[in-house]
Write a protein that binds this ligand. Sequence first.
Ligand code: MG
Length: 157
Amino acid sequence: MFRIGFGEDTHRLEEGRKLILGGVDIPFELGLLGHSDADVIIHAIIDALLGASALGDIGMLFPDTDRQYKDISSMVLLTRCADKLREHGFKPINIDVTLIAQRPKLAAYREEMRANIAYALNIAPEFISVKFTTPEHTGPEGNMECMTARAAALIEN
Ligand code: MG
C-alpha cells in the first residue's frame, strides 16, 4: 500500500552559523540557527516521511532537549528516520522538496543534495526532487529572516 506525507520546517538565518542545506556545506555570510545543524531541507523531508508512516514528528524522534542531538548532522537524523521506517516495514519511494530562500543561488548544489538524500534513504537520486524558489523579497524568507522548506514523501509498505 502507498502512503503519502507532508513536512514543513523553518529556521532563522543568523550570522556566525554554517549554512547546511541538503547535507551540503554552502559558503554564505549567514547560516541557519538550530539545535542540530538546522538543515531545513532535511528536516522537512524527515517530517514528510514520518507523516507518511504516521510515526510522529521530528521533535518526537529527536527532541531538541536531548544533548546527543546538539549540532548533529541532519543527514544522520535522516538515516535514523529511514531506519525507523524500515523497522515498521515501510520503504521510501520518492521525495519532492521545495526550499523557499531569497539568497544565495543554490541550483549548482542540487545534484549533490539529491545524491546525499538518495544515499541516506537507500534509493536512486532520480527519485529525489530538490527545488528552489525565491519569494520575490516578500515575507520573512524574502527579508532574509529565515528559510522554509516544504516536502512531500511517498512510501510503500
Ligand atoms: Mg528544524
